[in-house]
Design a protein around this ligand. Structure first.
Ligand code: ZN
Length: 356
């Protein structure tokens, strides 16, 4: 696969299009620069990829299909809005133009290297792919893009089950019930409070906060965003699909799903923060949250028996609760119990109490 070399910011080294396409806001949220300003999150891929298999294992059934559906609707919404924006500028984009555009974006967002190999209008889209962040989720993303452009449901499959380098998205009849529900959830999105007082030092050339280029090596030519401290791969991807999957899981399985997710994220966070240890601190790690669109810490109270922590605009309350729990435990070197003290819209409020 040949991919054109991507333009790089001469000052900070990030791909130039990241600053053009995205805005880092003072409220702890990243959004696209273009309407409808869809929220994005910098996801830790190991955390994301560990989460869904671990949930499946705990609850005893495979939720992969649900995750793919969430991603499908996310991809559909994104492609729809991209096509709409081009139309509003007075031009009707051909589907293949949108596919090629999104393929290019995928390398910037770290999702994978992808190119359009074949296209039969209304019937089939074949993609050559490499270095994909998650096979089921990426298939979901692309089937949604196909659905938006062809107005038909796309069924994604590997061309060769043994060699995962080519995806065929084939038009099929829809399965409305689950799809309609997830689509409604995606449209609902997650509540965001515009207030915020974060101030970043921005790159004078591309406008991305300079802290991002310090924390990540961002190589669009390989679709690799790597966190320097941990060596972990990250992606910049839509927030709503993930939130919608968690909400549908909650409807199906009850509120206990939050506790399950939080427990899995806590285990992951302990391992993660033990791994980076050394040079960093709890405060320094908390300050990274808003830069990743995880939300904005607005309160950190320390007392003899624990912590009170509040996050405005969490991208996912159960995941962040677990992150914070494992973070505090690792830096304190002690065990805490967690109490989630009510989740108002757009706020996560936690009490962590020392266990003796
Ligand atoms: Zn720059």
């Amino acid at each position: 696969m040949t991919v054109d070399k991507k333009k790089i910011c001469g000052n900070c080294g990030l791909p130039s299009s990241i600053g053009k396409g995205n805005m880092w806001h003072a409220n702890g949220v990243i959004t696209a620069s273009y309407p409808p300003h869809i929220r994005g999150t910098l996801y830790d891929i190991d955390e994301l990829n560990a989460l869904f298999p671990a949930i499946s294992e705990r609850i005893g059934f495979d939720i992969t299909r649900l995750v793919v559906e969430g991603k499908r609707k996310d991809g559909k919404r994104y492609a729809d809005s991209l096509a709409r924006n081009i139309k509003e500028k007075g031009r009707e984009p051909a589907p293949v133009e949108i596919y090629e555009m999104i393929a290019r974006f995928c390398s910037y967002w770290g999702l994978g290297l992808v190119s359009v190999a074949e296209y039969v209008e209304g019937e089939r889209l074949t993609l050559g792919v490499r270095n994909v962040y998650s096979e089921p989720m990426y298939m979901g993303d692309w089937s949604g893009v196909f659905e938006a452009m062809e107005k038909r449901r796309g069924d994604p499959r590997w061309r060769d089950e043994d060699v995962h380098d080519m995806i065929d998205v084939v038009a099929v009849e829809g399965e409305p019930e689950l799809e309609v529900r997830i689509e409604q959830e995606i449209e609902l999105g997650i509540p965001v409070d515009d207030e915020g007082d974060l101030q970043y030092r921005h790159c004078p050339e591309c406008e991305v906060p300079l802290e991002i280029s310090k924390q990540f090596s961002w190589d669009a030519d390989d679709a690799n965003i790597v966190e320097r401290d941990s060596g972990k791969r990250f992606i910049l991807h839509n927030t709503n699909g993930f939130a919608a999957v968690v909400r549908v899981l909650r409807e199906e399985l009850g509120d206990e799903i939050d506790g399950i997710i939080t427990g899995i994220s806590r285990d992951y966070a302990r391992e993660y923060y033990q791994g980076i240890g050394g040079e960093t601190s709890m405060d320094a790690e908390l300050m990274k949250f808003p830069l990743r669109s995880w939300g904005r810490p607005t309160r950190l109270l320390r007392s003899n028996n624990g912590y009170g922590i509040r996050i405005a605009n969490p991208y996912s309350s159960p995941v962040l609760a677990g992150r914070l729990w494992g973070l505090v435990e690792t830096f304190e070197g002690r065990t805490f119990s967690l109490q989630v003290r009510g989740e108002e819209e757009g706020v996560l409020d936690l009490a962590l109490n020392l266990q003796d």
